[in-house]
Design a protein around this ligand. Sequence first.
Ligand SMILES: O=C(O)CCC(=O)C(=O)O
Ligand SMILES: [Fe+2]
Length: 334
Amino acid sequence: MYDECLLKPNLVETKMAATLSLPIIDLSSPHRLSTANSIRQACVEYGFFYLVNHGVDTEFMRKVLNHSAKLFSLPLQHKMDLARKDYRGYTPLYAEALHPSVSKGDPKESFYIGSVEDTSVAFLNQWPSEELLPNWRPTMESLFWKLVEAGKELLSLVALSLNLDESYFEKIGALNKPSSFLRLLHYPGELVSNEEIYGASPHSDYGMITLLMTDGVPGLQICKEKFKQPQVWEDVTHVDGALIVNIGDMMERWTNCLYRSTLHRVMPTGKERYSVAFFFDPASDCVVECFESCCSESSPPRFPPIRSGDYLNERFRLTYGSERELKCSIQLKN
Ligand SMILES: O=C(O)CCC(=O)C(=O)O
Ligand SMILES: [Fe+2]
């Protein structure tokens, strides 16, 4: 699917990347049809847009990023006490690459929080103790709930944008215990070697939609035409108070590639950077099958139906290997 030359970007080309003006979508607008139309245009053209009035206020976003910075500044041993298990917890530097064929992991550390909404899995989450990081867990739980709320609201507009009933995703069971994940990210910033050409290697997200919070430090780039060579990368700048939303691979399958799951990456700038990604994915038993409004006789479905859980498991396996492999890579590094 990816060309190898993608992995060796020319740094000159990178520095000269053009800056995009992505569409801004107002989640609270009463003009739902025109908002849905703008979403459609954004998803067809970019697969990315900014979301404003989404219910997570700027002050709270700052608080979340501060809490995230506190976690990552803990001594490594404290963080390793929360090492990732069942896809939840701390992942150290270089332990994973978002592009499956990058041999060395990405120079970033992350902390994963799985659904707090689904009580059958919420207990799997790992939390720093209240003594170590006061108010950390309630802050992240509150963020989780706010993003679930924003995600559901946004999906009703996405359904409308595809000429479907506003409650379509609910009706097909996608939102009944959605498999959502928060990924707190820290890119340390200092360039350790010339080899480290990425903060996060090129990838598309696997799921339905991603809502991303950034701290203002640049680095995020997108490539609209993932199969075209040479690839053209454009900068996505931070907009204060806005979330950056992107379409994932499952939504691309659902829409028969009408909506793009756009390739993106994070380039290192030498500056420390924090971000928080919220992956809002369908419930695992929801079947992802081309929407009727997205196929016709002349444009038949390009992908067979697939259970969301099966699809995600396979993508996770390719990215993370098994949890056993993760433990080995951690031991080697300490
Ligand atoms: O850190 C960022 O800005 C993007 C992160 C990202 O694309 C991801 O975690 O999937
Ligand atoms: Fe991503």
